[in-house]
Ligand binder design. Sequence first.
Ligand SMILES: *[C@@H]1O[C@H](CO)[C@@H](O)[C@H](O)[C@H]1NC(C)=O
Ligand SMILES: *[C@@H]1O[C@H](CO)[C@@H](O)[C@H](O)[C@H]1NC(C)=O
Ligand SMILES: *[C@@H]1O[C@H](CO)[C@@H](O)[C@H](O)[C@H]1NC(C)=O
Ligand SMILES: *[C@@H]1O[C@H](CO)[C@@H](O)[C@H](O)[C@H]1NC(C)=O
Ligand SMILES: *[C@@H]1O[C@H](CO)[C@@H](O)[C@H](O)[C@H]1NC(C)=O
Ligand SMILES: *[C@@H]1O[C@H](CO)[C@@H](O)[C@H](O)[C@H]1NC(C)=O
Length: 663
Amino acid sequence: MATVLRSLHLLMILYISSIPLNFAQDKSQFIYNGFSQANLHLDGIAEILPNGLLQLTDSSNQKLGHAFYQLPINFSTISSLSFSTNFVFAMVPQEQEPELGGHGIAFTISPSRSFNGLESQYLGLFNYSNNGLTSNHILAVELDPVKSPEFEDIDNHVGIDVNDLRSLESAPAAYYSNEERRNISLELQSGNRMQLWIDYDEAEKLLNVTLAPIRTPKPDCPLLSTPINLSKIVLESMYVGFSASTGSVSSHHYILGWSFNKSGQAQSLDISRLPTLPPRRKQIVLIRALLIVAVVLLITITGAAYYFWRKKYEEVREDWESEYGTHRFSYKSLYKATKGFKAKEIIGEGGFGKVYRGTLPSNEQIAVKRVSHDSQQGMKEFVAEIISMGRLRHRNLVRLLGYCRRRGELLLIYDYMPHGSLDRFLYSNGRKHLNWLQRFRILRGVASGLLYLHEGWEQTVIHRDIKAGNVLLDAEMNGRLGDFGLARLYDHDTNSQTTLVAGTVGYLAPELTRTGRATTYTDVYAFGAFMLEVACGRKPIERMGMPEELVLVDWVFECWSKGDILRASDPRLEGNYVVEEMVLVLKIGLLCSHVNPVARPSMRRVMQFLNGDADLPNIPYDSASFGTFTSSETFDFLWSPPSSFVQSSDPSMSSTVSILKSG
Ligand SMILES: *[C@@H]1O[C@H](CO)[C@@H](O)[C@H](O)[C@H]1NC(C)=O
Ligand SMILES: *[C@@H]1O[C@H](CO)[C@@H](O)[C@H](O)[C@H]1NC(C)=O
Ligand SMILES: *[C@@H]1O[C@H](CO)[C@@H](O)[C@H](O)[C@H]1NC(C)=O
Ligand SMILES: *[C@@H]1O[C@H](CO)[C@@H](O)[C@H](O)[C@H]1NC(C)=O
Ligand SMILES: *[C@@H]1O[C@H](CO)[C@@H](O)[C@H](O)[C@H]1NC(C)=O
Ligand SMILES: *[C@@H]1O[C@H](CO)[C@@H](O)[C@H](O)[C@H]1NC(C)=O
């Protein structure tokens, strides 16, 4: 039972697979765009490659191959003998000796599918004894790149052979270009695909042979147009196909597609559907080389990309930093938060570097300060100090959230202050200026923040750079001190030969420029200058003002000594202030600006004065006791800085400078 079923199954498969073979009812016409489904009879070394390419010969020498349509074609003289065929072929010579490719292909009409033909110049068609005999009944169109003297051949030719390899007519391979209106010669054995049309017209008794490169439409003018009386040659039943041979040198001979019609014009082949030629060794080598280049390129590019990616986010991280884990931000996270440190995100540009606004993934807003810093020396102590300051909690201090280190750069992350720095409110004309209530509140806030730095913590923290630019305003317009301790970074830069003073001109206590040592007194001095600045709405030193107005302290002192201290108040307030508070602030400002450090009040005292918990001491009536500089000469020196200036920024603002002193 099972065997019966199996044979039934087999029969069905046979039946189904035989369907494509009968595609044409008329057996005298067919078209093959590739030979996968072709009904061909093969012999010799001819074979159909898996992709449907008909390979007549391969690289073996002295071989031949035949491929013929399985069924005979009726060439009965009763009906017309006209026929039409066209095919695409390629002759691919060996790589080593491309000029020496072996022999050719012949389209053949023959009474038999079996030949006693020889290889080489015999093209697999004839042998010594039967070549030239009219009993052969063979018509062939040969594509022969080789000149065979015995057959009076020419080089690289197309010939029409009737029973004989001595061509009836032949011509060097060429095609007529319809566009250029001239003949263009072709190299048969170039490995390029070409198309050949063979048309015979019974009425005219003309055999036309037309050659062209594959993409070129059929030329108007045939290469050969030879009068032939076909009825003298053919028999009633004939086979059509190809014969090819190799000689002492070989070539691959391929047929890619073939169309034949005994009852009309042969259909054109669909070039796009033809099988592809196997890649040539040169191409393989080229493809391999290209592949290697591509792979190498890919590796290089990925490597470079990875390198730049690493470089982009590269940080400096040392063992000792492990204890600051939570304070250590990754550069990548900061890069993302600030949108790649875009210029649009810059919110400030201070003496130490640019400040960027950023948004953490948690939506928390931060300010990132990029401080360029080359030295590794003292970094450990500095970071330790910065981090410990990060633990300082006061409503009038800008909270330090953490840091990040890169080569030549330190990044400090702070709470974001939406209103920016105070100096912008004090000096910007466009901006709504601050009223006295706000100013007084800011002054008290900053004083309390500075007091906390000086006394509120286990160790005294000296701010070193108090100025309006370092006072930031939070959402409630509270003044908050920022940048504390940052000046220390430059202290650590010092070697034994030099002392570096950081701070801002106009806020620098006189003794600071002499000794280079920052103390709570120098902070108080700077705070005094800041108080006067807020009350008077002027910078501690104005470059463009009248000579007597150059130094704010001097001018306030002068107003005071003339008994009209309120003259110094900011004219923009238009007298809208509490007189007692204004006088208080101006006087404390003067007291803090005392030339003698110990004569200045401590921040605790300043707080008491501001809160009204203590009375102000008398201000000595001695102009030499106050001010930034004792003579304008010193001032000139500072404003025409020699090389001793290490750093200075925007000169229109009171800038942070660092002065190197020898000794
Ligand atoms: C060929 O065709 C002719 C007429 O069309 C017919 O008489 C003859 O029998 C055919 N020959 C063969 C072998 O089919
Ligand atoms: C040549 O071919 C003919 C028939 O096609 C055959 O009879 C003869 O034996 C062949 N001669 C040689 C030398 O192969
Ligand atoms: C092109 O070649 C053909 C066949 O060899 C010839 O008949 C024709 O005159 C040639 N045409 C030109 C323009 O050379
Ligand atoms: C053969 O070529 C000649 C000359 O171009 C032309 O007149 C004739 O019609 C052609 N015949 C066929 C069957 O293409
Ligand atoms: C062609 O050959 C046949 C058979 O030999 C002959 O009857 C006929 O007259 C020839 N035609 C021409 C035009 O030569
Ligand atoms: C053969 O010619 C006829 C008439 O021109 C046409 O209908 C048919 O498609 C052609 N067949 C092939 C396979 O070229």
